[in-house]
Write a protein that binds this ligand. Structure first.
Ligand code: PMP
Ligand code: GLN
Length: 378
């Protein structure tokens, strides 16, 4: 058969995790915690199953969960989303991204993305016949010159994908970025897909600049969230999409034939769990400690650490160690030193290689210290 995604192989996350298992390396590559999620959550899922939440959930999501998401969003951002018409529960962030793009993108439509970027955006756009317009960010700060973004606009520009805090760089968008974006899209009908799955993972007292805080952006945005990050349970594959009523109505038309509805018992459990803000308000502090712990351990290594303001990823340059490509270096690091990381070139479609690799620090401190001990010998 003719491939719909020529040139696309297996995602780097699967590749590196598989290699890490084969070589028994410490896996700081794929982003997931190596510690247990809150046992209270597991009790709540068991309870939901015993209470009979074992058949299809309502198509747009469990009613209590949507209501509690609305409450949580209002508590955090003082913005109201209507649970009936503006919130849809999805099978993780990835499905929400796929569905939002499928809802909007027609063949020939252009979508602007900022690379290095989470690896699902570009293939999804292409699968839908869309055209990816890339703005390449550069280390160490990965900042955006919005005048240059404007140069990418054409009559076919349909959407911009934002991701703050960003995977893989850990950079975040500032209030100035958001103001510049507001100006830029004024007078256009460009929509926004704002991937905010790391909304809670933001450090040093900085504030997450959600697009919902800017009315001119909110009215044209799909906002993507993931319970995998919030609950330290990436395998649950649950998340949601916030969007104004008109966009949500179209989103749900696609969602109902994409998955119809998602895991019923877990939705019920999460509904109860997120009702208590103390179940999620400490998460930034929790991860900031891990970031600082890991960074301090690596301070005496030959890796040069890049800034990390958010997400659970720490990027590091190995240019003082080797001039190998980042892919070769990552494989050698894994096989010879026993630590798996992600080569950041995998997040650029052109494979741009700045000799930087990404470590995930959502790990037990003992895992981080064992990894750092090995990395200090590189
Ligand atoms: N967006 C970004 C930026 C991510 O890093 C991830 C992966 N964790 C996702 C979306 C997908 O989230 P989920 O695992 O909930 O599908
Ligand atoms: N988001 C995670 C990461 O960046 C993994 C996602 C995945 O495995 N598909 O590592």
């Amino acid at each position: 058969i003719q491939s719909k995604l020529p040139g696309v192989g297996t995602t780097i996350f699967s590749v590196m995790s598989k290699l890490a298992n084969e070589y028994n390396a410490i896996n700081l590559s794929q982003g997931f915690p190596d510690y247990a999620c809150d046992p209270k959550l597991i009790d709540l899922v068991t309870k939901a199953m015993k209470d009979g939440f074992n058949q299809y959930a309502p198509m747009p999501g469990n009613t209590a969960l949507k209501e509690n998401i609305a409450e949580k969003v209002e508590h955090l951002y003082q913005v109201k989303y209507n649970p009936e018409t503006e919130i849809t529960v999805t099978a993780g962030g990835t499905q929400a991204i796929f569905t939002a793009l499928a809802t909007i993108i027609n063949p020939g439509d252009e979508v602007i993305i900022f690379e290095p970027a989470y690896d699902s955006y570009a293939p999804t756009i292409k699968l839908l016949g869309g055209i990816v317009k890339t703005y390449e960010l550069t280390p160490p700060n990965y900042g955006i010159d919005w005048d240059m973004v404007k140069k990418l606009f054409t009559a076919n520009t349909r959407m911009i994908i934002l991701n703050s805090p960003q995977n893989p760089t850990g950079s975040i968008l500032s209030n100035q970025d958001m103001q510049a974006l507001v100006k830029l899209i004024n007078g256009t009908d460009i929509l926004i897909l704002s991937d905010e799955v790391y909304e809670h993972l933001i450090y040093d007292g900085k504030k997450h600049e959600s697009v919902m805080l800017y009315p001119e952006l909110r009215e044209r945005s799909f906002i993507i969230a993931s319970f995998g990050k919030l609950l330290h349970a990436t395998g649950w594959k649950l998340g949601y999409c916030l969007a104004p009523e008109k966009l949500t109505a179209e989103f749900r038309k696609v969602h109902q034939f994409n998955v119809f509805s998602v895991n019923s018992a877990m939705q019920q459990a999460i509904a109860t769990y997120i009702k208590a803000p103390e179940n999620y308000t400490g998460i930034a502090n929790f991860f900031q400690q891990k970031r600082d712990y890991f960074r301090n351990l690596l301070a005496e290594s030959r890796f040069k650490l890049l800034p990390c303001s958010g997400s659970y990823f720490q990027c590091a340059s190995y240019s003082d160690i080797s001039d190998e490509s980042d892919k070769d270096f990552s494989v050698r690091l894994l096989k010879e030193f026993g630590v798996a990381a992600i080569p950041v070139s995998a997040f650029y479609q052109k494979g741009t290689d700045y000799k930087i690799i990404r470590f995930c620090f959502a790990k037990e401190n003992s895992t981080l210290s064992s990894a750092a001990e090995k990395l200090r010998h590189v």
